[in-house]
Design a protein around this ligand. Structure first.
Ligand code: FAD
Ligand code: 2HG
Ligand code: ZN
Length: 542
């Protein structure tokens, strides 16, 4: 059984051979992230909150309603009613529409008067066929946890919610291949697989609300991409309804199939702009029998890199996550939580290391050796190892809690960039200096509280969040396009995992060449000639 590594280095320096891992001294009382907290219904002003979210079309300049799109008429609503039934839609009811018109961050708000909740792929097909024929704009919506405004209408687009398509279709417990409707909630799938000794190959803080269809549409990365790879690898097949209403059935359950273009890949990460995903076939891994989670405190970002490099070499096949955060992230988390600290002292950086394997003794031994080496070599200054399931959840709860904690600040500017691992802290430092130079950070009356860094460091993915105590137009003007230019110089990406939506679409050229953008537009026009699917998003307007 593991004990904590608290203040381990002093013991190690004295006598490594007599090292004993002590119990978690600073018993974590962190509240694990509640899995129901991401229900979108609690987010909009109608249910008690006084925060009224400004309309996207008014808050962000540059949006003009495309007048080619038809404004809904009663006959359209009657037509939709005939497809989905009386209970399959919400029409003209501001209270019930509110949750579908507002995003998780309370940042974007649309003006849709109609939400459709089809129950079958054929109903989705009938809806899209009619929308294309009638030029009615549509926004596909999953769990509405996206962070770039992609799931929210800008004007009066119809919301096509997949929430009523939530059945598991099949599971093969020899191959681990699952087929399911797109509206299944990620955590629900994972719990269901747990009973069979399997797990979903992806995991993220929004698992209690996000749909597998939304994960696919955003090509979500998450906390275990390092181990299980991207959805481009684990997805074996998709069922997609195209804007003209045709159903593209590529629900293959084959691991190997080299016949023709791999069309399903086009829809993974397409953010609902060229088709609505209705079903998925996905390869699920065995649920590991032994899971360990350790947290280390480190003095420098150099040490973070050393710890990562060494974890790949020493933990190799059992390493399942390597996450990092800086002390600013911890401060924001502490500010909004009554949790007790996990370690006695604070450090400039933290890394969360998770191992997953099939043999506890083997994994424990490997992890102990690795942690001892980190302490002896003074790469890490302190550390704790979770002793049980609750402590595992507590440590993960801190990592998964940053997004919500930041959301409690008056304003937060969220960025999700990727770059070579060795540039991540330079990016944070450079941004801090840039904002100081710009006069919005570092003085007592500055709007910016802090520049916060955390993320999937093993994937070269930094979540750069800038928290502010008030809305100040100078702040976004200083960040954009400055950050995107900086990232482009490192050959990085302006969006590592959250996508483009309405937040980043105009900056796509920082990550993709003119030729590539031209081809993307050609494909969009080919599949959606009237542009009815998720307009104003994803691709730059010019
Ligand atoms: P939505 O938000 O409803 O939609 C997202 C986009 O996909 C929209 O453009 C929408 O039009 C489209 N879409 C949705 N469903 C379909 C469908 N069936 N067919 C076609 N298009 C569709 N992302 C990560 O990558 N990694 C993380 O670690 C991560 N952590 C998060 C943690 C928190 C607390 C939160 C709030 C978000 C996090 N995200 C993360 C953002 C992430 O994109 C989503 O949580 C998730 O993948 C979106 O799924 P959803 O069902 O909520 O989709
Ligand atoms: C995460 O990794 C998510 O926690 C959200 O991708 C990141 O809040 C963010 O910026
Ligand atoms: Zn992330």
């Amino acid at each position: 059984m593991f004990r904590a590594t608290s203040r381990l280095h002093t013991v190690c320096q004295a006598a490594r051979s007599t090292l004993a891992l002590r119990p978690v001294k600073y018993a974590p009382a962190y509240k694990a992230v509640s899995l129901t907290m991401f229900n979108t219904s609690r987010l909009y002003a109608t249910s008690g909150s006084t925060k009224v979210v400004p309309l996207t079309a008014e808050k962000y300049p540059g949006f003009n309603r495309n007048e080619q799109f038809k404004k809904l008429e009663d006959s359209d609503v009657d037509h939709f009613k005939a497809i989905v039934g009386e209970t399959g839609l919400i029409y003209n009811n501001e209270d019930d529409l509110a949750a579908f018109n507002t995003d998780w961050m309370n940042k974007y708000r649309g003006q849709s008067q109609l939400v459709l909740k089809p129950k079958t792929t054929q109903q989705v097909a009938d809806i899209l066929k009619y929308c294309t024929e009638q030029s009615i704009a549509v926004v596909p919506q999953g769990g509405n946890t996206g962070l770039v405004g992609g799931s929210i209408p800008v004007f009066d687009e119809v919301v096509l919610s997949l929430q009523s398509m939530n059945s598991i279709r099949s599971f093969d417990d020899v191959s681990g291949i699952l087929t399911a409707d797109a509206g299944c909630i990620l955590e629900g799938l994972d719990n269901w697989l747990n009973e069979k000794g399997y797990m979903m190959p992806l995991d993220l803080g929004a698992k209690g609300s996000c749909h597998i269809g939304g994960n696919l549409a955003t090509n979500a990365g998450g906390l275990r991409l390092l181990r299980y790879g991207s959805l481009h690898g684990t997805v074996l097949g998709l069922e997609v309804v195209l804007p003209d209403g045709s159903i593209l059935d590529s629900m293959s359950t084959l691991r190997k199939d080299n016949t023709g273009y791999d069309l399903k890949q086009l829809f993974i990460g397409s953010e609902g702009t060229i088709g609505v995903i209705t079903g998925v076939s996905i390869l699920t891994p065995r649920r590991p029998k032994a899971v360990n989670v350790a947290l280390l405190g480190l003095n420098t970002y150099e040490d973070v890199q050393k710890a990562f490099k060494q974890s790949r070499s020493e933990l190799s096949e059992i390493l399942s996550a390597f996450e990092f955060w800086d002390n600013n992230a911890l401060q924001i988390y502490k500010k909004h939580s009554d949790a007790k600290p996990l370690m006695e002292n604070e450090y400039p950086f933290y890394v969360l290391i998770e191992t997953s394997g099939s043999n506890k003794d083997h994994d424990d031994e490997k992890l102990t050796n690795y942690l001892e080496n980190m302490m002896v070599d003074e790469v890490a200054q302190d550390g704790v190892v979770a002793q049980d399931e609750t402590q595992i959840k507590n440590i993960w709860g801190v990592r998964e809690g940053f997004t919500e904690a930041l959301g409690k600040e008056a304003a937060v500017y969220k960025y999700d960039v990727s770059m070579p691992v060795n540039k991540i802290n330079d990016c944070l430092e450079d941004m801090r200096q840039h904002l100081k130079d710009g006069g919005v950070f570092g003085q007592p009356d500055s709007p910016i509280i802090d520049v916060v860094g955390y993320g999937h460091v093993g994937d070269g993915n930094l979540h750069l969040n800038i928290a502010a105590n008030r809305v100040d137009k100078r702040v976004p003007a200083l960040i954009e396009p400055y950050l995107f230019e900086w990232v482009a110089k490192q050959n990085g990406s302006i969006s590592a995992e959250h996508g483009l939506g309405v937040a980043k679409n105009q900056f796509l050229s920082y990550s993709k060449s003119d030729g590539m953008i031209k081809m993307m537009k050609t494909m969009k026009n080919l599949l959606d000639p009237k542009g009815v699917l998720n307009p104003y998003k994803y691709l730059p307007s010019q």
